[in-house]
Ligand binder design. Structure first.
Ligand code: CP
Length: 299
């Protein structure tokens, strides 16, 4: 059975724990695995990326594989070839397919017709690979996940949703503070509030993301106004548990959703979090490609 990672809900708590254990081992010895020896992994980018592209390309190379980066404008997809046929052809050459796109429906259709694993490198609703690195970073800092509280302050976007979803699987209590206009539409067990102070009370980590995500540029002015009270700064982190850390998925806009003092200061683990993308995703690729199968129905 081909396994995909479309939202993160495909993992149970034991699998997630094992994946994070593996990520820790790969971080300790980055060149210890040749799990992708002789294999090629397609990375389809329909939107901008720095971290996701770098971490997947470098990680696949470290695992002995070859990343094949494909932009939409380079594919026949942009000239009318169907998603289904693109999936069928990619499956004949690639060991797995990563996609960064807008609509989740495109990712779902690709997974339906692919006979190799498909993984989500960011869609409008989900960013599970980011959440894997976030959980790895939390566990590194606190030595456990179950019983921790993570507060997210800002736009109720794909990052917030993935933190809620994967946090629930891991046993992390997630609280999300957003303006009513930009609240998360599906809580996945997270506590939703409009009050940043309420969300961060007792939190072990406070997490920020950009106020204007890709595709939200039309509402940039309104977002900056409504999200201004949700800035992650020292005063907000002081309201969290003693020893709480600051997280941010990046890219950051210092002075908007996070202060420069926080972004570059001693209370953050943001740059570690950015590095952990590579380790967590390598563990994910090992898991997905190991379970690879062929669906005769789809070809
Ligand atoms: N956090 C994240 O996904 O970064 P990029 O958009 O640079 O890939």
């Amino acid at each position: 059975m081909t396994r995909h990672l479309l939202t993160g809900a495909e993992l149970d708590r034991d699998e997630l724990g094992a994946l994070l254990d593996r990520a820790d081992a790969l971080k300790a010895e980055p060149l210890s695995s040749r799990a992708l020896e002789g294999r090629s992994i397609a990375l389809i980018f329909e939107m901008h990326s720095t971290r996701t592209r770098l971490s997947f390309e470098a990680g696949i190379f470290e695992l002995g594989g070859q990343p094949v980066v494909l932009r939409r404008d380079e594919l026949q997809l942009s000239r009318g070839e169907s998603v289904a046929d693109t999936a069928r052809v990619l499956s004949r050459h690639m060991a797995a397919i990563g996609v960064r796109t807008g609509p989740d429906e495109m990712l779902d259709e690709l997974a339906e017709f692919a006979s190799v694993p498909v993984f989500n490198m960011l869609t409008a609703r989900h960013h599970p690979c980011q959440a894997l690195a976030d959980l790895m970073t939390l566990r590194e800092e606190f030595g456990r996940l179950a019983g921790l509280k993570l507060a997210y302050v800002g736009d109720g976007n794909n990052v917030a949703r993935s933190l809620a979803l994967l946090g629930a699987i891991a046993g992390v209590e997630v609280a999300i503070a957003s303006p009513a206009e930009y609240t998360l539409t599906d809580a996945h067990g997270a506590t939703l509030t409009t009050q940043p102070a309420e969300a961060v009370a007792g939190a072990h980590a406070v997490y920020a993301d950009v106020w204007v995500s890709m595709g939200d540029e039309d509402s940039a002015v309104e977002r900056r106004e409504l999200l201004a009270p949700y800035r992650l700064d020292d005063a907000l982190l002081d309201r969290a548990a003693p020893g709480a850390i600051a997280l941010h998925c990046l890219p950051a806009h210092p002075g908007e959703e996070v202060t420069a003092a926080m972004l570059y200061g001693p209370r953050q683990r943001i740059w570690e979090q950015a590095e952990n993308r590579r380790h967590a995703q390598k563990a994910l690729l090992e898991l997905l490609v190991r379970s690879e199968g062929r669906h005769a129905d789809n070809v």
